[in-house]
Structures are given as structure tokens and as C-alpha cells.
Ligand binder design. Structure first.
Ligand code: 5RP
Length: 224
């Protein structure tokens, strides 16, 4: 029986097949992506570099000798590789467990294909079991808490060392429990236009086209 960590290593390595030699690759954030970054180092001489979705991934990429480009320096990327907190049967995801959702969505939007790498614990029928991360402007926090309450959700500000966690963009994160997101596209569109929301962690407009799912019987390739 493979551990969750071993499953993450397997899918991180499997994602190398989607990296196109000679092209810049979009890189997500998280423990699964860290395995991908480690694998990517083995082919660093065959790619110009990466566009990164967080300070943490940038540090790891650079430490391994992979050049990191600013998103504004490059055009459309052929592929973006990232993990997920949940993925449903249509490639819709919840993301942001690592607080990097805004930059993740930006790099995903700049990429033609989203390849999700995940272990099978992330596979769900309906999004919402994992608390939904929402990056917010601090001034709007309490009003947004009430807006989520009206939808049946309980929103809590994410803390780090007893203080509100501050994202790479200088904002805060609400984690919302109690939601069942049956219509991810409509939900994402609605919440995104609430004043004070920077990014909602539903990735439906930027859904995955492929998921490499680590299972007890190996890596399954799911296409959407
Ligand atoms: C970070 C993310 C990650 O992709 C998500 O939290 C999954 O992380 P992990 O691979 O560590 O389980 O969205 O903001």
C-alpha cells in the first residue's frame, strides 16, 4: 500500500510527460507540486524555465536551478501543472489550501491546458467538503462573512501564528465550510463579483483538462 506522500511523488513524476521541451511551463503550489518541481529539475536543461504561482514555488524552482519568468514577460503557456484540494467528475476544483489561489488562477488562465496532479483522496462527487478558500480584501471581511452565511456557509478568517494569514498579495483568506457547490461555474461567477473578493477558490472557468490521479493501483489519467 503506497502512502499519500508516495502517491504525490508518482503523480508529480507522471506530470513530466506534459512538459514540452523548449517551452516555459506554468507551475502551481503545494506539496504535490513540490514533487513535480523536484522531477522537473531532471529536465531543466530542456526547458527555458517556469512561471510560478507563489513565492514558495519560486524559491523551490530557483533553488533547483530552474529559471522563473514573470507572467508579464511571456505569452500564453502551453501547460499549467498544479494540485487541488478537491476535484469533481468534470475537472472543476477547489484550490487555495496553500493560500496561493489568486496567482494559481492567473497562471492557469494564461495556459492552454491545466493538468491537475492529485492523490485519490481529492476526488469528490460534489465540491464543498474541503473548506472553500476565498482571498479577500481585509476591509470587506465581515460583510463577506455575512454574505456566505446567507448562502448557508460559515466563513472563518485563516490564521497563522494567531494572526490573520497574509497572502503573497498582501490580502487575507476566508475558509468557508457548509457549502455544497452543485453549479461550480455559476457559483464562481457570482462570488467573484462580490465587492472585496479577490479570488474565490472554485476553479470552474479554469478547470482541469486532465487529472493524473494517484491511486492504490497506480496513476490514472482522467480526461474532461
Ligand atoms: C495551494 C493549492 C494546492 O494546489 C492545494 O492546496 C493542494 O495542495 P497539496 O498538493 O499540498 O495537497 O491550491 O493554494
Amino acid at each position: 500500500m503506497l502512502s499519500q506522500d508516495e502517491l504525490k511523488t508518482l503523480v508529480g513524476q507522471a506530470a513530466l510527460q506534459y512538459v514540452i521541451p523548449g517551452e516555459i511551463v506554468g507551475v502551481g503550489t503545494g506539496s504535490t507540486v513540490n514533487k513535480f518541481i523536484d522531477a522537473l529539475a531532471t529536465m531543466k536543461d530542456r526547458i527555458p524555465g517556469a512561471v510560478s504561482s507563489s513565492e514558495a514555488s519560486t524559491q523551490r524552482l530557483q533553488a533547483l536551478g530552474i529559471q522563473v519568468f514573470d507572467a508579464n514577460e511571456v505569452g500564453e503557456l502551453s501547460v499549467y501543472i498544479d494540485g487541488a484540494d478537491e476535484i469533481d467528475g468534470r475537472g472543476h476544483m477547489i484550490k487555495g489550501g496553500g493560500a496561493a489561489l489568486t496567482r494559481e488562477k492567473i497562471v492557469a488562465a494564461q495556459s492552454r491546458r491545466f493538468i491537475c496532479i492529485a492523490d485519490e483522496s481529492k476526488r469528490v462527487e460534489v465540491l464543498g467538503r474541503f473548506p472553500l478558500p476565498v482571498e479577500v480584501i481585509p476591509m470587506a471581511t465581515q460583510r463577506l462573512v455575512r454574505q456566505f452565511e446567507a448562502l448557508g456557509g460559515q466563513a472563518r478568517i485563516r490564521l497563522k501564528d494567531g494572526q490573520p494569514l497574509v497572502t503573497d498579495n498582501g490580502q487575507h483568506i476566508l475558509d468557508v465550510t457548509g457549502l455544497q457547490i452543485h453549479e461550480p461555474l455559476a457559483f464562481e461567477s457570482e462570488v467573484n463579483q462580490w465587492p472585496g473578493v479577490v479570488t474565490v477558490g472554485v476553479f470552474a472557468h479554469q478547470r482541469a483538462q486532465v487529472c493524473l490521479l494517484g491511486t492504490a493501483s497506480g496513476v490514472q489519467t482522467l480526461r474532461y
